[in-house]
Design a protein around this ligand. Structure first.
Ligand code: HEC
Length: 157
C-alpha cells in the first residue's frame, strides 16, 4: 500500500517536472494562489464591509467640508487646532453628556454629535468660547451626509 502511494507520488512529481517553465501556470496553481483572497473576501462579514464603506463616506464628507482645518482627526490625516481634537470622539461625546453644564437635548453620543454639527451654539466645549474660528453650523448638509459624519465620529475610539 505504502509502495503504491510512493509510486503515485513519484508519478505526479515527474509529471510536474515535465511542464516546461514557459508554459502558463496551470489553472489549478493559479487557483491555489487566488484562493486566499477569495476566502478572505467570503469570510468578511457583510456588516463589516458595509461599515467600512460608511466610514469612507464619512471621511469623504469630512474632507469636502474642511472639518479638518479646525479639527484633528488622525484617520482623516487632519491636524486642525482651532477646535477640539476628534480622535477618541466616541468617549468624548459620552463625557460631554455627563458634563453638568450640558443643557442640550441629546441623550446618546450619536445625538450629541448630530446636535454639535447642526446647532453648535447649544454647547460650547470648555476653552473654545473665545475661539477665533467658531464651529459653524452645517444645517445645509443632507441628513444622509450628517448621518455619515456622525457615523465616522461615533466610531473614533
Ligand atoms: C472654523 C472651524 C471649524 C470647522 C470648519 C469645523 N469645526 Fe467643529 N468645532 C469647532 C470649534 C471651535 C469647536 C468647539 C466649540 C463648540 O463646542 O462649538 C467645535 C466643536 C465640534 C464638535 C463638538 C466637539 C466636542 O469635543 O464636543 C463636533 C462634533 C464638531 N465640531 C464637528 C465638526 C464637523 C463634523 C465639522 C465639519 C463638517 C466641523 N466640526 C467643522 C470649529 C470648527
Amino acid at each position: 500500500m505504502t509502495r503504491l502511494f510512493v509510486i503515485f507520488l513519484l508519478a505526479i512529481l515527474s509529471l510536474c517536472a515535465c511542464i516546461p517553465a514557459t508554459v502558463d501556470m496551470p489553472a489549478v496553481m493559479t487557483g491555489v494562489a487566488v484562493a486566499p483572497t477569495v476566502i478572505a473576501r467570503l469570510s468578511t462579514p457583510t456588516a463589516l464591509q458595509a461599515s467600512a464603506e460608511r466610514m469612507d463616506e464619512g471621511l469623504r464628507i469630512y474632507r469636502n467640508q474642511y472639518c479638518g482645518v479646525c479639527h484633528q482627526l488622525t484617520v482623516g490625516g487632519t491636524t486642525g487646532q482651532f477646535g477640539p481634537s476628534q480622535d477618541g470622539m466616541a468617549w468624548t461625546a459620552q463625557r460631554r453628556l455627563l458634563d453638568l453644564t450640558y443643557m442640550g437635548q441629546a441623550t446618546t453620543p450619536q445625538e450629541y454629535l448630530r446636535e454639535s454639527i447642526l446647532s453648535p451654539e447649544i454647547y460650547i466645549v470648555d476653552g473654545y468660547a473665545d475661539s477665533s474660528h467658531h464651529m459653524p453650523s452645517f444645517v445645509h448638509l443632507s441628513s444622509q451626509e450628517i448621518d455619515a459624519l456622525v457615523y465616522l465620529l461615533e466610531h473614533q475610539r
